[in-house]
Design a protein around this ligand. Structure first.
Ligand SMILES: [Fe+2]
Length: 317
């Protein structure tokens, strides 16, 4: 037997001994979320990704834990970002179950969502409509049948971009959408304020791509979209899809001079692949006048993450 096979078998046996991740996680209230400087925070949000809803009932419970964890704290949260792959197969029932959870909190937080490849790989038209209709409802805007939008909150801008057609695991970002992104970034950053952009897929050769996920990047327009973001100052790109976990490639600098960064949010539903692999982990963003702090949080169990890659403080340009 080759060494590779022995190792694979050994890993499989170890995996079998671990408790299944397909359970309802118990949320602790012992270590509530704490901001670094609650009095001076100007905007705060939580980011999660890849909930991959299916028929399994524990999923709604585990995603609801994220909201409960947020509201167990004494901190004021403004928004929750969900970076796509809401559903596993893109079935109507999967969205129904997911939005039942989100609907409960729609008056308490601004909810930003985007489409992932799992959402649209079998049914683009119908699911695009389901998701974008919810965007319109949650934010009380009209996305005009498009897959992208922007929204201003506390004087800061969130720009959400998304695929305009089905291209397997990638995203298709049209010229029109790239121009929308450019214009919105120009507007959002004109007073030196940071701006936040969300897409399901990350840029090529970031966050350990392609090694961490062979086909994991945005696709054909990756370089063009990145070049637009790099033109502006203090741009924070939030993405999912890679299921990387909390490790050395989770957060990265895209353009040092302008202060353009990318955060790969771990997958929520299943254990991740590197570093701290816990499921139910996302990041909290605390925005101050002169800096932004990102902190990893295990939302499903209500605990902080012990890792040198759990917290990033970024001074604004
Ligand atoms: Fe994905």
């Amino acid at each position: 037997m080759s060494l590779d096979i022995v190792i694979t078998k050994y890993k499989a046996q170890l995996q079998a001994l671990l408790p299944s991740s397909e359970v309802e996680y118990e949320l602790s209230t012992e270590t509530p979320i704490k901001f670094t400087d609650s009095e001076n925070v100007k905007l705060s949000f939580a980011c999660i990704a890849d909930t991959h809803f299916s028929k399994k009932e524990y999923l709604a419970h585990n995603v609801e834990n994220c909201f409960k964890d947020i509201f167990n704290s004494n901190e004021k949260f403004d928004a929750l970002l969900m970076a796509g792959d809401i559903a596993e197969l893109g079935k109507k029932g999967e969205y129904k179950r997911f939005f039942e959870v989100f609907d409960t909190y729609k008056d308490k937080l601004k909810l930003f969502i985007t489409m992932g490849n799992h959402d649209v790989r079998l049914q683009y038209g119908r699911n695009q409509k389901i998701i974008m209709n919810k965007v319109n409802e949650y934010l009380n805007i009209d996305t005009n049948k498009k897959s992208y939008y922007s929204y201003d909150l506390n004087g800061y801008t969130f720009i959400v971009i998304g695929t305009e057609k089905r291209v397997l695991e990638k995203a298709y970002i049209s010229k029109e959408q790239i121009e929308f992104l450019r214009k919105e970034l120009e507007r959002a950053t004109k007073d030196n304020k940071p701006a936040f952009v969300m897409c399901h897929q990350a840029f090529a050769f970031t966050h350990g791509l392609p090694e961490v996920w062979k086909t994991g990047d945005m696709g054909e327009q990756s370089d063009e979209v990145r070049a637009v973001m790099e033109q502006f100052k203090n741009v924070f790109f939030i993405n999912g899809h890679l299921h990387g976990g909390v490790f050395e490639k989770t957060f990265e600098v895209l353009n040092e001079e302008n202060g353009v960064y990318s955060l790969s949010v771990p997958g929520y539903r299943k254990p991740n692949n590197f570093g701290i692999t816990d499921l139910g982990v996302g990041y909290i963003g605390e925005v101050y006048d002169d800096k932004i702090i990102f902190k990893a949080r295990n939302f499903v169990e209500g605990k902080n993450i012990d890792s040198e890659f759990a917290e990033y403080t970024i001074g604004l340009k």
